[in-house]
Design a binder for this molecule. Structure first.
Ligand SMILES: [Zn+2]
Length: 51
């Protein structure tokens, strides 16, 4: 089990409880809801933190 942060809404969730996940540039992100995943899929760059 691992605590992860939903990049869309910022909610801390357990990766095993995540409703959905998506991979972006080799990193897997977890989401609290399908809505959050869909928002991420539409514009992942908007949600990932990169320098
Ligand atoms: Zn969320």
């Amino acid at each position: 089990m691992a605590q992860v942060q939903d990049p869309v809404c910022g909610m801390e969730i357990d990766s095993e409880d995540a409703v959905a996940s998506a991979e972006h540039e080799g990193v897997t992100y977890y989401f609290c809801s399908q809505d959050c995943k869909e928002a991420f899929d539409e514009d992942p760059e908007d949600y990932v933190e990169e320098d």
